[in-house]
Design a protein around this ligand. Sequence first.
Ligand code: CUA
Length: 354
Amino acid sequence: MGSEELTPSEESRSHFKQLIAIGLVASVLGVALGLLIDWFPTQGSEQAETVDTLWDVLIIASVPVFVLVITVVLYCVWRYRMKPGEELKDGPPIHGNTRLEIVWTAIPAILLVALCSYSYVALTDIEEAKADSLEVRVVGQQFTWTFYYKGADGKEVGSAQLYVPRGRPVYFTIQSKDVIHDFWVPAFRMKIDAVPGIDTHLRITPKTPGEYPVICAELCGLGHAAMRQTAHVVEQDEFDRWLRERSAAAEGGGAAPEEQGGGGAAPDAKAVFEDAGCGGCHTLADAGTTGGTGPDLDKGLKGKDEAFIRESIVDPSAEITPGYSDGIMPPNFGDTLQPAELDALVKYLAKVTK
Ligand code: CUA
């Protein structure tokens, strides 16, 4: 009497209680950690909220399941390990447990159906067609994106930069000129393949003004890692002004006269170099870039005149630097850069590589 000896069933019940306690604590810690970690970039679109909430719900649902499985596995490995002298011992003959099997089939099934239904509702919500959408055609090619807008006169205007107005729904049509690319703006939380011969679509409503990376998320060749540009979420009036300027530039006249506030200052050439993504492929000491996919500009452009530099940008196939392949550099910078931007870029490169 007064002994602390437990019968086998009492002992296993106390182990079970310990197991539940460990599982509960680990689940609460895991869920808290999962919700505290800042997994994603700024919510650049309204769709981002729905996606992030879906993520949080999946964390809350899946962490306890993960913890349950791991706790039971680790506990069993420890509790039922083979001790010295037990080498020939066999376990108890078990022929199944109907109640347990029904429970462990039904609970995961209910969980899965619930999560699938919720995901479906979230997907329908973020893909919902909205009236008065701005249409942007996105064309991928090795190794750049070009964004086409409908200008004031109905003509298409191309740009190497993605501009979208805050609060206005945008309907993207995504195309590819060569291989499969993938149009991804992490801040918008939306992503879709650009497939040659097929139009794919995405909808977002820009929410937070700012600049966000546009990334190609499909391995598409040598310059894949450099296929990065910038998405600008701006206010509607700034967007209108930008589109007017681009339309005017596309007409060949540079910025329209009434837009040339501040004396029509020339574009910042280093910013053009950065925005067009040149540094992704080219090394240029002055801009601090170290890309190796294309020729080193400090060496390759040394002593070259402006005419050569201009030709290398607008018609990269005209002369190929030994050791590099034709077709790596996008051939459309003559279209996507404004004439003033191209002029500034040529002058800048001639100056810094002298
Ligand atoms: Cu285009 Cu990767």
